[in-house]
Design a protein around this ligand. Sequence first.
Ligand code: ACO
Length: 328
Amino acid sequence: MIGKPVGIWGTGMYVPERVLSNAELEKMVDTNDEWIVTRTGIKERRIASAEQASSDLAYHASVEALANAGITAEDLDLIIVATITPDMAFPSTSCILQDKLGAKKAAAFDLSAACSGFIYGLANAANFIATGIYKHVLVVGTECLSKITDYTDRNTCILFGDGAGAVVLGEVEEGRGFRSFELGADGSGGPLLTAAGGGSRNPISQEVLESKKQFIYMAGKEVFKFAVKIMGSAGEEALRKAGLDKTDIDLLVPHQANFRIIQSSLERLSLPEDKCMINLNKYGNMSAASIPVALAEANKEGRIKPGDTLLLVGFGGGLTWGATVLVW
Ligand code: ACO
């Protein structure tokens, strides 16, 4: 990384109270707990209430991250929100969050890179601080995927959950912080994972609603193959750019999409399971929120110590991918 050393000052997370279990899903679609657990590793997920939108989840996670970082909302120079389930088309969820937090001097923008969005957000934030443009940046991954999930489609409804994770970034001492970023995209794979209704291509209409284009469509097998390949290669590339090796990793924080995808990443990186943060059993896939929630939970559980080397790696719709190596 060029410029000032940048790291994470504080982490926060929030998940809605309502738990949706596999047993409940058994009553909604033709599935069963055994299939879901063996194919995905997911046991339950959280679901936002009818009143809750992504900015509400983001607010709680941000308040915790600010407290953990020891700064106030008024200290923030910039807020970046990664989400594919914004409160509305505009204003941006980051502007809504800025107002809720009272972060009066912060600029704010949203970023859309699906499940890789949080890593894309970190890369943006780190550059603003490394170049001296800003001092304190809040990066949030927040999703209410339940609001764009078709609960009659067993291929997708078992996978997704709602939640938010947040981090505060600032300058850190030499030798700490972000060492590398590896970001990528392959737009030709876009149709494999999409919610095509409601935008300027397919504005909301009776026809769009009847064809269920407002909901997530996923070609599961193809996405699975892409994920297995890219999680390994993006992780290895981030390590190479950082001048580090697989053996240097103290904790892997992967996107929480499917336990089998995480397992294959562990094999590729020759890492034991205890060097990996896994919480998808409790929360399912929360897209942009998965990595920051896993990071915040690992931090809360005392699994990260000063000087530890972390690898964060994710993939998602776009198709996109992102990985970063940082020293805590
Ligand atoms: N319960 C029971 N059976 C099911 C279910 C279910 N919930 N879902 C599918 N099946 C059936 C299928 O219909 C299929 O039956 P068939 O052989 O008679 O056609 C059978 O189970 C096997 O289906 P596969 O698709 O082969 O199952 P697979 O092992 O690929 O697992 C899964 C499916 C879990 C979706 C997997 O492909 C996966 O995890 N893909 C990646 C998803 C992902 O990571 N998305 C991340 C991005 S999300 C984002 O960016 C918003």
